[in-house]
Design a protein around this ligand. Structure first.
Ligand SMILES: Cc1ncc(COP(=O)(O)O)c(C=O)c1O
Length: 386
């Protein structure tokens, strides 16, 4: 597919306002049939969790991931919880999770009264380090949650070997990685099941929304059962299990289907943004580490992450504040789970602690222009050298 270059902006349109407008760290791109499909929901009055868009979105998403089943839910956190419930994770079960992730990856284990067991990260990909995963397995371990952080896939082969050896489930947390490839295969079909988020800042969005994907027919049936309050599919209003209402609305699915129709373009635009950052930040290599993509990976660039080197005398937060003063929004790399009150541990995790202290997410989305990137790079240069 031809990759459209980023908007260059028209020089004669420059105004002080345009040049100083705030650059958000993330922004949805809703330039397909989103509005038309949402209008159809309104006109037909299919606004709740029945309607043609749910099935159509699930089908499009399953095909895209190369899996048999996709089950739409109301966000990425419920997707994770539903996956663990459907796999039968129970009180006291241990689940191995990277400490460097978004808190939902750990919270879902707690929702099941399980115990998240944290592991350190690989310094290049920022993902869970498979060697650390092997060390963390105990008699109580039931599952591993590899998180494809910021869009870089986890090195899954060693994780799958560990899971096979110890009979553990794998739930990919692919919230940030729609479209990423591991050794040529899309994330979403690399474990027992995978979960996705479609929050407004994600690669594709439904406002709030999520998905669970799997190739396993029985697991898919359990996911659908628990998503819909546990209602017996053969007998309306009869419940054999305690389920949840984690359904997605037809309106959200309408947006999701429109997003899927252009998913390759959404991904291509992010790839262009990442390539532009790589080129334009090259001269700042004494100050920053740029993301490295493993040779077996295709990164989907949810967020472009830079890590400040020791030569930067300002703290990470001072650099972010300097960008903020120039009207550029950034985000700190996630605080590792073991540093925060719900999951506080006395020990440190060397790699995750370093990445979290020095990492910054630069604006990454499909509406960034070359001029925006030039502004961001110039602001970084000033922050490093002032
Ligand atoms: C790694 C990861 N897992 C899970 C989630 C949860 O998704 P949601 O915000 O849709 O509940 C997110 C969302 O940001 C995430 O980044």
């Amino acid at each position: 597919m031809a990759i459209k270059p980023m908007e260059q902006g028209e020089p004669h349109q420059d105004t002080d306002k345009q040049l100083s407008a705030r650059i958000p760290v993330a922004a949805p791109v809703l330039d397909g049939r989103e509005a038309e499909y949402v209008a159809e929901c309104m006109e037909t009055e299919w606004i709740s969790s029945n309607g043609r868009f749910i099935g159509a979105f699930e089908k499009a998403f399953a095909e895209f991931c190369g899996v048999k089943h996709a089950i739409a839910v109301n966000n990425g956190t419920t997707a994770l919880h539903l996956a663990l419930v459907a796999l039968g994770i129970e009180a006291g079960d241990e689940v191995i999770v990277p400490t460097l992730t978004y808190i939902a990856s750990a919270n879902c284990v707690r929702y099941c009264n399980g115990v998240p067991v944290f592991v350190d990260s690989d310094p290049q990909s920022m993902n869970m380090d498979p060697a650390k995963v092997a060390e963390a397995v105990t008699d109580k371990t039931r599952a591993i949650i590899p998180v494809h952080l910021y869009g870089h896939p986890v090195d899954m082969d060693p994780i799958r070997d560990i899971a096979k050896q110890h009979k553990l489930f794998i739930v990919e947390d692919a919230a940030e990685a729609v479209g990423a490839l591991y050794k040529g295969k899309r994330v979403g079909g690399l474990g027992d099941c995978a979960t996705f988020s479609f929050f407004g800042n994600k690669i594709i969005t439904t406002g709030e929304g999520g998905m669970v994907t799997t190739d396993d027919d029985d697991l898919a049936a359990r996911l659908r059962l628990f998503r819909g309050q546990g209602m017996d599919p053969e007998r309306r209003y009869w419940f054999n299990v305690v389920g949840y209402n984690y359904r997605m609305t037809n309106i959200a699915a309408a947006i999701g289907l429109a997003q899927m129709e252009r998913v390759e373009e959404h991904l291509a635009r992010r790839a262009v943004v990442a390539a532009s950052y790589k080129k334009k930040l090259a001269h700042l290599s004494q100050y920053v580490e740029l993301p490295v993509t493993a040779n077996w990976a295709t990164h989907s660039y949810w967020m472009y992450v830079i890590t400040l080197k020791e030569s930067v005398k300002k703290s990470r937060d001072e650099v972010m504040a300097a960008l903020d003063r120039e009207n550029i929004e950034t985000r700190p790399v996630f605080y590792p789970m073991h540093q925060m009150p719900p999951y506080k541990e006395d020990r440190g995790y060397e790699v995750a602690d370093h990445l979290a202290a020095r990492g910054i997410n630069l604006p990454t989305h499909g509406r960034l222009t070359e001029r925006d990137i030039d502004r961001i790079v110039a602001a970084l240069e000033r922050a490093f050298t002032d």
